[in-house]
Structures are given as structure tokens and as C-alpha cells.
Design a protein around this ligand. Structure first.
Ligand code: SAH
Length: 356
């Protein structure tokens, strides 16, 4: 729902100021439309229905995984694709993964979103409408900004949306914003955000040479500066920054690199999440522009084996760096991390997508 348009519409009608809050409360609690907002007059409900679309996004496709994960492809009013994912866990946790941009201008070599054309920043309403869509299906308690896009390139809109999530049941402590380490936005985040929103850093390599190879953004903002900024956040908030580290076979997964990573991060300020890589070669036909081959041999990336991930983890544990291995959800519907490229593929081709 475009909240500015809502406000304008109510004001033009001469409605009292509290109407906006009434409409928002219904919406945030998952009302299916204006129709059920019983403390508004029928005339007002009809007028809102005509003047303020209930969502700024339309649902194009929605797929549900065997594990209960739901992935939805939306379109903005001007036709840009946006994807979001709902993950449901056995312990009852319901976690959202939201997009901050349609596409992404950064070209991390292993990421499907980085290979599609960049569209634009999403508005706060478009970000919130992803969450509201799922709120109409179920209660929610966690949210990560780990869908399409780089949140720190669209920080104001991301924060405006994040600040409303508690109305949907998602507290700031259960909200995580993830970044490649885009320093201007990251600095602002550390300086200006008073709410206890969690920070995650997508690092993927402990030294600049390797990181630049897999994440071109590192040429602009080298590791030392980015890690220092994250450490500043950990110290200011007394909460660990999560480090995301996607495990790429033969690229960044040796025990030696694990030791380097432990040395870089130390014991006190970070927690490492090792992410099994979701290979997406099956998605290449759907992406807009070809990329330079990511590895020297020109082959596509492959995910590290369980043994390699286990050995990497062991090195971090030995150095007393907190570490977990991330579960991969929704693999059968290509809803796993980094697979939110726009074009949904027909069911018959799913078997061709290699599991990472
Ligand atoms: N731009 C932000 C937000 C996107 S988060 C960021 O990079 O942090 C997306 C997360 O999924 C990042 O940690 C990214 O490195 C990871 N990712 C991307 N592609 C992936 C893939 N194919 N398999 C596993 N993780 C992937």
C-alpha cells in the first residue's frame, strides 16, 4: 500500500488524522482488503478501494516447496520483477527474506541476481508490501534483507520499511540487514540507526585479492575498512555482526583461508554463517547478460562438499570464532539464497538444477 497516497487521499476527503492509523493497523495485521475494515464507513472503504491500491505489487507467480518455503514473484506497478521468500521452520519460526531493489547493480560473480539487469531501488511501500503479502498468509516473526539488491544502496527506503515491521509482528531484534559492505551506506547505518536491527556482512573471502575476484565491489571498499566499520557497530550495540560466507569449492574453502578468516575477525565481534552454495547454472538461460567466467578454468562455481564445509568450520571453532552452517531451504523451488533471479522456470526443468 502506498502510504503517502493513502495519507493524501484521506486528507483530501477531510478525514480525521486517526483514520490513517486505523487503516494501517488493519493492514499490518493481515486484513485481506479494505472490505473487512469494519470501523470505516462503507463509503470510505469503497473510495479507498478505488483510489489506493491495496498493494503496490501484483503477484505474478507463487511456488511452495516441499519444506513449506514459499517464493513469490511480484511485479511493481511499472513492471519490475521483485522476489521474496517465506521460510517456515518446524519450531514454528516464520522468517521472511525481502528484496530492497529489483535486480542489483553489484556483480558478485556467484550470485544470480548480480547477473540480471538492474532495475531500480524499491520504495518503502514496495518493500513493505512484500512482507504484507505474507502477513496475509500467516503470522511472522523474523525478517532478513537478503533478497534481491543491496540494502545499503537504498538505505532510507529499507529503514522506513524496517521501522514498520514491528506492526506486523517482527521486532527490530529479529530483523537483519545484509550488505556487501557498501561503505557509505554502512557508515550511515552504524552512525544513525538507533534501533537494535542486526547487521550482516557478506564477506566470502578473508583477503582482498580473492575477494576482489569474486566480488568486484571489493575494489572500491577493501576488507579492512569494511570489517572495521562492522566492528564499530558490534562495539556500539554489543551484538555480534553476522558474517555470511558462501562456500565455493576450490575457491574460498581451504583450511588455510579459514585460519585467515579467524585471524581477521577475532572472537568477540562476529559470528560466521557458512552458506552452502546454490549452483544456478540452470538459471543462466534466463539471465540478461553474459558474465566473465568466474574461475580461472572458465567453469561455473560449484558448492563445497559437506566435508570441506565441516573442515572449514572446525578451523573456526578451534580459533573460538562462533560459527554455524546455514540450512538451505526451498531448494526444490529455487528459493534458496542468491537464486532470486526473476524468471520462474517451468517445473519440468527443476531436476536439471544442480544442488549446491
Ligand atoms: N546485497 C546484500 C543482500 C543480498 S543477501 C548482500 O550481499 O549481503 C544475499 C546473500 O546470499 C549474500 O550473502 C550472498 O552472498 C548470498 N548468495 C548469493 N548467491 C548465492 C548462491 N547462489 N548460493 C548461496 N548464497 C548466495
Amino acid at each position: 500500500m502506498d502510504l503517502d497516497l493513502l495519507e493524501r487521499t484521506l486528507r483530501e476527503r477531510g478525514e480525521p488524522a486517526f483514520r490513517r492509523r486505523q487503516v494501517w493497523e488493519w493492514t499490518a495485521r493481515g486484513a485481506p482488503g479494505y472490505d473487512g475494515m469494519t470501523n470505516l464507513s462503507r463509503a470510505l472503504r469503497e473510495e479507498l478501494d478505488a483510489a489506493v491500491p491495496y498493494s503496490t505489487l501484483s503477484v505474478e507467480t507463487e511456488r511452495e516447496s516441499r519444506d513449506g518455503t514459499v517464493k513469490t514473484l511480484f511485479r511493481t506497478g511499472d513492471g519490475h520483477p521483485v522476489e521474496a521468500v517465506l521460510m517456515r521452520y518446524r519450531d514454528g519460526r516464520r522468517s521472511l527474506c525481502l528484496s530492497s531493489q529489483s535486480g542489483c547493480p553489484l556483480t558478485c560473480t556467484f550470485c544470480a541476481t548480480g547477473a540480471m539487469a538492474f532495475g531500480r531501488n524499491l520504495t518503502a511501500s514496495e518493500i513493505l508490501d512484500q512482507a504484507l503479502h505474507f502477513r496475509r498468509l500467516t503470522e511472522l516473526d523474523h525478517c532478513v534483507f537478503m533478497g534481491m539488491g543491496e540494502p545499503m544502496l537504498n538505505l532510507d527506503e529499507v529503514l522506513a520499511a524496517a521501522r514498520r515491521l514491528p506492526d506486523l509482528g517482527i521486532t527490530h531484534r529479529r530483523t537483519t540487514i545484509s550488505t556487501v559492505g557498501w561503505l557509505p551506506g554502512l557508515r550511515r547505518f552504524v552512525d544513525e540507526v538507533a534501533e537494535p536491527i542486526r547487521l550482516a556482512l557478506s564477506l566470502h573471502a578473508p583477503d582482498d585479492g580473492l575477494r576482489s575476484r569474486i566480488m568486484p565491489v571489493n575494489e572500491r571498499f577493501p576488507i579492512a575498512d569494511v570489517v572495521a566499520e562492522c566492528r564499530r557497530h558490534a562495539e556500539a550495540t554489543n551484538r555480534r555482526v553476522f558474517v555470511e560466507y558462501v562456500m565455493l569449492a576450490g575457491v574460498n574453502d581451504t583450511p588455510e583461508l579459514a585460519r585467515k578468516l579467524a585471524e581477521l575477525l577475532g572472537r568477540d565481534h562476529f559470528k560466521v554463517n557458512l552458506i552452502p552454495y546454490n549452483a544456478w547454472a540452470g538459471g543462466q538461460a534466463a539471465v540478461a547478460r553474459p558474465k566473465t567466467p568466474p574461475t580461472a578454468a572458465g567453469a561455473l562455481y560449484e558448492g563445497s562438499s559437506r566435508e570441506r564445509i565441516g573442515a572449514f568450520r572446525h578451523e573456526l571453532e578451534r580459533a573460538r570464532v562462533p560459527v554455524t552452517v546455514r540450512l538451505t531451504r526451498g531448494r526444490d523451488i529455487e528459493a534458496a539464497c542468491g537464486q532470486l533471479a526473476a524468471a520462474p522456470r517451468p517445473r519440468g526443468r527443476q531436476a536439471a538444477v544442480p544442488a549446491g
